[in-house]
Design a protein around this ligand. Structure first.
Ligand code: C2E
Ligand code: CA
Ligand code: CA
Length: 622
């Protein structure tokens, strides 16, 4: 554009010089100089706009305006030329024709991206040439008309090609812009449920925190996890699992029509909602969520049921940054899950304290001298028939220089959650295998494994390597795993257990009755033993329903040809009751508390394997 206007300024100045003596002042000077002035202003305007970007709409509007101005200025120039051409000398006439031709050429060239402008300009010029050549009717004029006409035709046809290229280029740019917008949208979407995904969740959360740094509007940031989804996925296949997740998403969306709802993991969803009356509103929302997710789902002809647990963290009360809000909501969820199915929990001050303790334990573990600070203790499992010690279970102990004694009930779940447990297991197992070589031949070693340690075949092979490099026969080793390990990943756990079994070890299912595992699945595992959780024995009374449950589990074990152990036996009464129910093996403080390796041998030589309440030998060995 500035080039075109620059050419006009130059032509008009030249016109003044050529026609100054041939025409009156207005025609020779005022008119051309006015045109030059307008062109100069436009030229400066365009130069100033040069570095500034246009939006697509602004560019289109500017092109339309420029087309109008250009056509009008061409018409004015041609009119001025026509007005002059009849009253001037032959030289000046030739100048005027060349000037009109030159201006039009520059215009056509500069305006090639405007579809109609070059054609209209060319048509205007051609009509002037034709009119003047017919009026003057000389061979020279006819020649000029033919030359200009053919030049214009050639130029316009080239311009058409340029215009097409320009058009396809703008189309390609538009398409690629649309594509990148779509990609951006898809990058923030979960393909299965069409809900915004984990990435979007964090982006939105961060944006909301930044937009309201003082937390004038409270936000409830929730994480919801389906209970019992994994067994459905494992039993009925992934297609059913996928359809179930879609239905869950639809159902849950119905209570958040205006809220933000996300799928952030396999069966994990999240929400962000504005709340004014935080705890009351959050409890109501969580209850509604849990209730909706717990209604049965129809997948084709199949009816399935899942549950839902919810953890919530309130912004800004409990955290003020996206990552922290999520971490704390997730922590609340972890606690909600521990309280049982279908529970919700809001992160509170007590959780914060616990989370700090978790952090301190993790830090202390990372800096710990594992060999020195950790050691095994052993607790016997005895035969209720003759009091003989059948197994000694290895239990980890930690004496931390900074934290003092930390109970495994506290540090094991933390190490499991952070994936650090494998740092401890090889040392502990090797040491237990070494200690166990001192025990009588009929005694086995039981060793606890975590769910994460049964999560890959590689780990199972590592365990086998440790067993093989010891002097203790694998046939005398029992690995204990909890129900939660089975629920976590049935296929993988089952594969790992088979591998371990092939090395000769026995497998026990620990804490049975607390993990909501699927009996059908348990039946498929290569188990040798079931350990009934201590919760069933605690304050056990003769007419208690727990007694019936224990009795049923004992019968089930007999049917399945599995050994059965009852844990947590503390009193003579419990012992008597359990012995009546036909329980063959027991473990608990009644027989012995866990003891250090050096104190295991005296256990085997005791006349009675437990001290009764009075401290007197009992008739345990009857
Ligand atoms: P667990 O495998 O169910 O072990 C039994 C727990 O109950 C032990 O607690 C034991 O000291 C306690 N106990 C035994 N008899 C009685 C009784 O009569 N009454 C009561 N009230 N408690 C009794 P501990 O040693 O604190 O271990 C807690 C849990 O930590 C264990 O539960 C086990 O799941 C885990 N754990 C311990 N050591 C290891 C380990 O080396 N690896 C893994 N993965 N987990 C371990
Ligand atoms: Ca155990
Ligand atoms: Ca147990």
């Amino acid at each position: 554009m500035p080039v075109f206007y620059g050419a006009i300024v130059a032509c008009m100045v030249a016109q003044v010089v050529v026609l100054y003596q041939e025409l009156p002042l207005f025609q020779s000077t005022v008119l051309p100089m006015s045109i030059a002035l307008i062109a100069a202003v436009r030229m400066v305007w365009w130069r100033r706009r040069r570095q500034r970007p246009f939006t697509e709409e602004q560019a289109a509007a500017e092109l339309a305006r420029s087309s109008g101005i250009l056509l009008a200025s061409t018409a004015v120039i041609i009119a001025v030329d026509l007005g002059a051409i009849f009253s001037v000398s032959a030289d000046a006439r030739t100048f005027l024709l060349i000037e009109a031709f030159g201006c039009t050429m520059v215009g056509v060239y500069c305006m090639m991206h405007l579809r109609y402008v070059p054609y209209v300009m060319a048509a205007m010029l051609l009509s002037v040439v034709v009119v003047t050549s017919s009026i003057f009717d000389t061979v020279g004029f006819a020649g000029i008309a033919i030359a200009i006409g053919s030049l214009l035709a050639a130029m316009l046809s080239t311009m058409r090609g340029y215009y097409r290229d320009f058009q396809s280029m703008t189309r390609a740019v538009r398409e690629s812009q649309a594509l990148s917008l779509e990609n951006l949208r898809l990058a923030g979407l979960d393909v299965l449920t069409d809900l915004p995904n984990r990435r979007r969740f964090f982006q939105d959360l961060q944006a909301l925190c930044v937009a309201d740094p003082h937390g004038e509007n409270k936000l409830a940031v929730g994480v919801a996890d389906l209970d019992g989804f994994k067994p459905i996925n494992d039993t009925h296949g992934h297609a059913v699992g996928d359809r179930l997740l879609k239905q869950v998403a639809c159902r849950l969306l119905s209570i958040f029509p205006q809220g933000r709802f996300y799928r952030i993991g396999g069966d994990e969803f999240a929400f962000i909602i504005n709340v004014s009356d935080a705890p009351r509103e959050v409890v109501a929302i969580s209850d509604r969520l849990i209730q909706l997710a717990s209604q049965p789902f129809m997948i084709g002809d199949l009816m399935v049921r899942v549950g839902c647990s919810v953890g919530v963290c309130i912004y800004p009360d409990s955290a003020d940054a996206a990552e922290l809000l999520y971490e704390r909501a997730d922590y609340a969820l972890f606690h909600a899950k521990r309280s049982g199915r279908g529970c919700s929990r809001i992160f509170n001050a007590e959780d914060e304290q616990q989370l700090r303790r978790h952090g301190a334990i993790e830090q202390a573990f990372l800096g710990a001298d594992i060999e020195k600070e950790f050691y095994p203790v052993y607790q016997p499992i005895v035969s209720s028939e003759n009091g003989e010690i059948r197994v000694l279970e290895c239990l980890a102990r930690w004496n931390s220089p900074s934290l003092g004694t930390v109970s495994p009930g506290e540090f094991i779940p933390i190490l499991e959650n952070s994936g650090l447990i494998w740092t401890l297991t090889p040392m502990l197992l090797s040491r237990a295998l070494r200690d166990a070589t001192a025990w009588p031949e009929h005694t086995r070693l039981a060793f606890n494994l975590s769910a994460v340690e049964l999560g890959s075949s590689e780990r199972a092979r590592d365990l086998i390597d440790i067993l093989r490099s010891s002097d203790f026969p694998p046939e005398r080793v029992e690995f204990e795993l909890t129900e939660t390990a089975v629920i976590r990943d049935f296929e993988q756990t089952s594969k790992c257990l088979s591998l371990l079994k092939s090395a000769g070890v026995k497998i026990s299912l620990d804490d049975f009755g607390t993990g909501y595992s699927n009996l059908n699945q348990i039946h498929k595992l290569p188990l040798d033993k079931i350990k009934i959780d201590q919760a069933f024995v605690r304050s056990l009374a003769p007419n208690d329903s727990r007694r019936t449950i224990i009795s049923l589990i004992i019968s089930m074990c007999r049917e399945l040809k599995l050994s059965c152990v009852v844990e947590g036996v503390e009193t003579e009464d419990q012992y008597a009751l359990l012995a009546d129910l036909g329980c063959e093996q027991m473990q608990g403080y009644l027989f012995s508390r866990p003891v250090e390796a050096a104190n295991t041998l005296p256990l085997f030589t005791r006349t009675a394997p437990h001290a009764g309440r009075s401290g007197q030998p009992t008739d345990f060995c009857r």
